[in-house]
Ligand binder design. Structure first.
Ligand code: CP
Ligand code: NVA
Length: 306
């Protein structure tokens, strides 16, 4: 799709619905072995936070496309010594073809995208995790054959995952319910954005009631109660988030054919019990695999063909 060539992906809302569905379709084709080569293209990974899935899936996707990867850990670049982002962005722009960034402040990602002309991909910020949600939607589509009309309920912290799920579900015509403690709701602007996209045709529900959120849903989602950068609050949060734990009792309220997703890494017996994540409804390993396929589609499309 030529409209994507050269673009940034900082938020799911940067895609049109047609573009998002095109990426899911291309990912499915790539998964079945149709590979579009990106010889001599170089992807930079500038990650200020830890990562297993995103780092490895982006790297393998780029290698399988025929391209190269440079791991730009801030500790071994001048970024950790305070070189301004705007300078780093303009320099990396001269070397790389595409850049995936994992950082804390979403505005740092936006600054990078403003100063680097090459495509910049959000590999997770405190605000959003769009690549994860592309893989989540691909997994839901594989399980149910379509997306529109299904209901996803998310339980836990109103974090980057909750924000991106709100956008992603609204865009593909899925109902979305976010159940969080009162003081941990998702980003207000993103909630409004999702409601505007849904336009009254599908549910966008923000609630503190985990029981009502779980009623008859097809997709159950959870994430850690304390995200990267919030480690000091982790212990204090446990009793606050306990009513939102995805366990066998809460799962009884979901649809009989419901699947369970988690972006991983998971904290067993905190946000999800061992029985549920290891149980028959869990699709977390397929979900993790799909990161690679959907990011391959994204890389191939943002780089375009020469
Ligand atoms: N889900 C996810 O983004 O995992 P990593 O933090 O391991 O990349
Ligand atoms: N909300 C989590 C997601 C990890 C993939 C975090 O930001 O740490």
């Amino acid at each position: 799709m030529d409209t994507l060539k050269g673009r940034d992906l900082l938020s799911l809302a940067d895609l049109t619905v047609d573009e998002l569905l095109y990426l899911l379709d291309l990912a499915a084709k790539l998964k079945s072995g149709m590979v579009k080569l990106q010889r001599n293209k170089v992807l930079g990974l500038l990650f200020s936070k830890a990562s297993t899935r995103t780092r490895v899936s982006f790297s393998v996707a780029m290698y399988q496309l025929g391209g190269q990867v440079i791991d730009l850990n801030p500790n071994v670049t001048q970024v950790s010594r305070g070189e301004p982002l705007v300078d780093t962005a303009r320099v990396l722009d001269r070397y790389l073809d595409i850049l995936a960034i994992r950082t804390f402040e979403h505005k740092d990602l936006e600054t990078f995208a403003e100063y680097a002309k090459i495509p910049v991909i959000n590999a997770l910020t405190d605000l959003e995790h769009p690549c994860q949600v592309l893989a989540d939607l691909m997994t839901v589509q594989e399980c149910f054959g379509s997306l529109s009309g299904l209901t996803l309920a998310y339980f836990g912290d109103g974090n980057n995952m909750a924000n991106s799920l709100l956008l992603g579900c609204a865009m593909v015509g899925m109902n979305v319910r976010i159940a969080t403690p009162t003081d941990y709701q998702p980003n207000g602007e993103i909630v409004e954005q999702a409601k505007a996209i849904a336009d009254g045709k599908t549910e966008v529900i923000i609630t503190t009631d985990a029981t009502s959120a779980m009623q008859d849903v097809q997709v159950v989602y959870t994430d850690v109660w304390a995200s990267m950068g919030q480690e000091e609050e982790a212990r204090m949060r446990i009793p606050i988030f306990q009513p939102y734990q995805v366990n066998e009792k809460l799962m009884e309220l979901a649809a009989k054919d419901a699947i369970v997703l988690h972006c991983l890494p998971a904290h067993r017996d905190e946000e999800i019990t061992d029985a549920v994540i290891e149980g028959p409804q869990s699709r977390v390993w397929d979900e993790a695999e799909n990161r690679m396929h959907v990011q391959k589609a994204l890389l191939a499309t943002l780089l375009g063909s020469d």
